[in-house]
Ligand binder design. Structure first.
Ligand code: SF4
Length: 313
């Protein structure tokens, strides 16, 4: 098999080349990406691929075509479907054309490694275009190695792009990043407000997630829960030995650990509460337990005022 592999960038090529070589297939890398803009980005990705292919001794052909105007003219009328209507096709078609003219019998593309691309459409178009030129299309679901390839690329210090390629994907990616940053800031602000409201009850009152592996925290909760078990025995006129209590407690921690928050005052543990995460990602408090010295100080009410809060505390 003489394989010409369309290659979008160095990081995506890592797993594709490694896994093909493991199969005993030696690809020739083919750079043709008029969809990458602006020029500095195009150059950064191209130069990185040049260096990488050289370093691993793989043959590489670089077809220069920056083509911002041509690309925009061809996608602007239907931006929604730009990937499948133009971007995949133009690159696969040129790869097939070059392969045919230069004695290759098979083509493929590193785009098959990305979970962000329309994989089935790529496979379909690859087969259709290869067929048109009397070539084979080598299909592999390289997506299984996407994370592995990306982390190896990072270790190697390859240039890692932040968006797919065209200016439209750059806009989408920037907007998504801005949205995420805003969410983080909003959450931090809400958290600060919550802490201020709690501190109005007792200064430095706070709560945090139980660490299940922290024996000291588990023992602290067990000692408080013991009182709860004893109250149950008294109210129900029943018996419950230490062994049963331990078993009940283990079951309680197993089922609730993720939803137990330790209450602290100036960093000292003074109690805990448990609850449930609801479908809308809010938290509903079920029980609050506070050690004797801190009971009747309004702590329960202060925390209950925060009855529904975001899960990420
Ligand atoms: S998002 Fe990526 S695949 Fe789609 S048109 Fe832009 S560069 Fe091409």
């Amino acid at each position: 098999m003489k394989l010409l592999m369309h290659t979008c960038c160095a990081p995506c090529s890592v797993y594709c080349i490694d896994s093909l070589r493991n199969e005993g297939i030696e690809p020739t890398v083919y750079w043709y990406n008029p969809n990458i803009h602006p020029y500095m980005e195009y150059k950064a990705r191209r130069d990185c691929l040049k260096e990488y292919t050289k370093s691993i001794n793989v043959e590489a052909i670089f077809e220069e075509d920056y083509g911002l105007d041509e690309f925009c003219k061809n996608v602007v009328c239907d931006l929604q479907n730009r990937c499948q209507n133009y971007c995949y096709r133009v690159r696969l078609e040129q790869t097939a054309k070059y392969a045919k003219e230069h004695g290759f019998d098979t083509i493929s593309t590193t785009l098959l490694v990305s979970p962000y691309q329309k994989h089935d459409i790529l496979k379909m178009q690859g087969e259709e275009i290869a067929n048109k030129y009397g070539l084979d299309f080598l299909y592999r679901d390289f997506r299984v190695g996407f994370r592995e390839g990306q982390s190896k690329a990072r270790e190697l210090g390859l240039y890692m792009q932040k968006y797919c390629g065209c200016i439209f994907s750059e806009e989408m990616s920037s907007l998504a990043r801005q949205k995420k940053e805003k969410e983080i800031i909003d959450r931090a602000n809400r958290d600060t407000e919550r802490r201020i409201r709690l501190s109005e009850c007792i200064p430095s009152l706070d709560f945090r997630q139980l660490k299940r592996e922290n024996k000291e925290e588990i023992d602290f909760i067990y000692n408080i829960k013991k009182e709860d078990y004893n109250k149950y025995v008294e109210e129900n006129k029943t018996e419950m030995n230490e062994e049963i209590q331990t078993k009940l407690f283990e079951r309680y921690i197993k089922g609730n650990a993720k939803n137990i928050k330790i209450i602290t005052v100036k960093g000292e543990k003074i109690g805990f509460f448990d609850g449930k995460i609801l479908e809308d990602n809010t938290f509903r408090i079920d029980n609050i337990f506070i050690i004797k010295e801190y009971q009747n100080k309004g702590i329960d009410e202060a925390i209950s005022r925060e009855l529904l809060f975001e899960n990420e505390i």
